[in-house]
Design a binder for this molecule. Sequence first.
Ligand code: NAD
Length: 290
Amino acid sequence: APAVVGFVGLGAMGLPMAKCLIRAGYQVQGFDLSQDACKELQETGSKVCENAALTAQGADAVITMLPSSAIVNKVVLDSLADHLGGAVLIDMSSSAPAETRKLGEQLDKRGLQMVDAPVSGGVKRAADGSLAIMIGGDAACVVRVKPVLEAMGRTIFETGPLGSGHAMKALNNFVSAAGLTAACEALIVGKKFGLDPEQMVDILNVSTGRNNSTENKIKPFVLSGTYDGGFSLGLMAKDLGVAAQLADVVEAASPTSRLMASLWDAAREQLQDGADHTEINRYLETLQVH
Ligand code: NAD
């Protein structure tokens, strides 16, 4: 029989990731608060569970792909933990490392195992099974979960103890958001000066200002006006808060991560959590000189 994997959180990322596991021969049993998400999993022929705890039944691993640490903690401590048994919990959400360590300690006291394995690459690479994955946790646990992760990722890095994957993920998103913010600002300024935005992107992409946003986001999601990058502004703002918190914990000045956290918080207040992260451009366009 194929290995059984529980999957909690079948959203923009979780559902395509679960489909990669199914394609690789895993038996997936999933749960999401959204009926629509559950229905989409059901259409693959996989089992949908009535609650998060039931996804652990007979499972070798249970994956959480949920919005935040607060929600992961709630789902795990209120529901999953009692049924986890020998299954390893793999938190693939972009959670906060300090919270992950606390959760790991609570589970450890109960003899339960956990790794953090957040991802990068967005919805498209989730569908392709070509995500970048960063795993933190005890070596023995990491060895156990690696084959499961290989079904969803192309590059898998072991970053160290529990929480280190989540720390790396927050730092990645800080760099990513800074690149997107800078690119949008450059276009706003350039346009006002009379430069052509499309040409600006072409120049950036063969110049030293090139980054993932100039290459993969500005033309398709910003200049097109579709703003459908598949990752919400609220989630990015959360990640930037996590990165700034990390700077606090290690007592690093990190002025840019703090600036990004406050800028994106203001943007989230104006545009709401559900806006796409590329709509940061809309927010920047509304800012006035004073
Ligand atoms: P999403 O909002 O599309 O999906 C989250 C899912 O969790 C939703 O379907 C929601 O119904 C479900 N959910 C919320 N609370 C729940 C609960 N208590 N029990 C069961 N299900 C619950 O978000 P997403 O874009 O898939 O992101 C998930 C995680 O992955 C986040 O931590 C995000 O920061 C991270 N991430 C997202 C992307 C991206 O490009 N979208 C890329 C990398 C990492």
